[in-house]
Design a protein. Structure first.
Length: 432
């Protein structure tokens, strides 16, 4: 399953003896997974924001933007645990391929609707956003569980760092392109703007599926001939039991839910801020999101080189700093200053997430990787429908400034609450 890799030389290692990005990309199977991820996320940079932007332009209602945001996240609440069970029962490569192929088909159908109906009903936006999430909810647990199968433990930190950096740099490139080209296309024709973004994302899913096809089989476990395969319900219960009795994992799941619940309305707040503070142009919205991803790119490069032994402390500290930055955004109606705070927030995301991700993958057995990843998705993304829905309502009542303050303070309190859990404070990544 795992390909043999030559030991890295001294010049190819970081100070903490982890392999460099170049070394981990020498593993062909991981390279195929990485390329597919990069291409798919490049397209996602177009459609994720375009759907919310389309809702705002078609309705002018922040509440409706919130509803579309809920539609994008609600399937995670309903299906995340099932996705984790599936990732621990069947070949993870097949799951990822099916997710990409189905997503491409959904977007092609929506593009056909846009061709005949340039101003589609809001219901079509809601249904399409929801169906895409139904397909994508199965991808993340399978991908997170696949990485430890493709790289040796000594290179796991760098592989995760590269994956996280890719999640930042490809949307940055996509947003830069959309801000420069699609915004001009929107001026010429809103119809072709939306149609172009949707078709580009459909193509990205199709190409990603091809690179996933090149991966080796990724079975979650090896059953002996006499071993009885547990039912899906038994797998679900055993996965939840494993998390429950692992104090650090249980704490991470709870804190992730609280932190993500606090910050979940940020995207719909950005759409409203762009409209009320910065003129409502697409390029300004793309710049706001792009600056955040720029910070993540820089932060990811820095975090992957740090030898962080206390992932729980990094998780708490990084999240609290991001909360403080969000509070500062509430008083930043000058566009360059708002961009600056987005960059600072992005800088601390990898510092908060990467060490805790490395810790989870190191302490979790392969046969539980999918269910642990899905539990994190359920709590961090599954809470978003309620948070986004409430955020959309709050926008119409208290406005974006007060909502940003509430979000930032909520994130700070949730993060600092982690200090109350000794298991998280003491969690340690041991050197190989």
């Amino acid at each position: 399953m795992m390909e043999e890799v030559k030991e890295p030389t001294d010049t190819d290692t970081y100070l903490n003896s982890a392999a460099s990005f170049r070394d981990v990309l020498r593993i062909a199977s991981f390279r195929h997974l990485w390329i597919g991820q990069a291409i798919s996320q490049f397209g996602d940079a177009f459609y994720g924001m375009v759907f919310l932007y389309m809702a705002e332009k078609l309705t002018g209602d922040p509440g409706m933007v919130g509803i579309v945001g809920v539609a994008q996240t609600l399937p995670y609440l309903a299906l995340s645990l099932h996705a984790g069970v599936l990732a621990d029962r069947i070949d993870r490569r097949h799951i990822m391929m099916a997710s990409d192929i189905i997503s491409a088909a959904i977007l092609i159908l929506f593009a056909l609707l846009l061709w005949f109906e340039p101003r589609p009903p809001t219901a079509a936006l809601i249904v399409t956003a929801s169906l895409l999430s139904v397909a994508n909810v199965f991808f993340a647990p399978a991908k997170g569980a696949a990485i430890p199968q493709l790289v040796p433990p000594s290179q796991l930190s760098v592989a995760n760092g590269l994956s996280l950096a890719t999640q930042s740099v490809t949307p940055l490139a996509g947003l830069a392109l959309s801000g420069a080209i699609l915004s001009l296309l929107y001026v010429l024709s809103p119809t072709y703007f939306f149609l172009g973004a949707i078709l580009l994302n459909a193509l990205s899913f199709a190409v990603s599926a091809y690179f996933l096809y090149l991966l080796p089989p990724l079975p979650p476990r090896e059953n002996t001939p006499d071993e009885q395969t547990p039912t899906a319900w038994e797998d679900l219960k055993s996965g939840l039991t494993y998390i429950r009795f692992h104090p650090t994992l249980a704490t991470i799941v709870i804190l992730s839910m609280l932190i993500q619940g606090a910050v979940a309305p940020f995207m719909i707040v950005s759409v409203t801020v762009n409209s009320q503070w910065f003129g409502g142009e697409y390029w300004t919205l793309a710049a706001c999101e792009g600056s955040f991803f720029l910070g993540m790119v820089i932060g990811g490069a820095m975090a992957s080189r740090l030898s962080i032994r206390r992932p729980g402390i990094a998780f708490i500290t990084g999240a609290a700093v991001i909360g403080v930055v969000i509070v500062f955004m509430a008083f930043s109606k000058w566009f360059p200053l708002f961009i600056f705070w987005n960059i600072i927030a992005g800088l601390f995301v990898p510092y908060s997430q990467l060490p805790i991700l490395n810790y989870i993958q190191r302490v979790t057995p392969n046969e539980f990787q999918g269910r642990v990843n899905s539990a994190l998705s359920l709590t961090s993304i599954g809470i978003q429908p309620l948070a986004i829905g409430l955020g959309g309502l709050a926008l119409t009542v208290i406005g974006p400034s007060f909502l940003l303050i509430l979000m930032g303070v909520g994130m700070i309190l949730a993060a600092l609450g982690g200090l109350l859990f000794p298991a998280l404070r003491r969690a340690e990544i041991l050197s190989e």
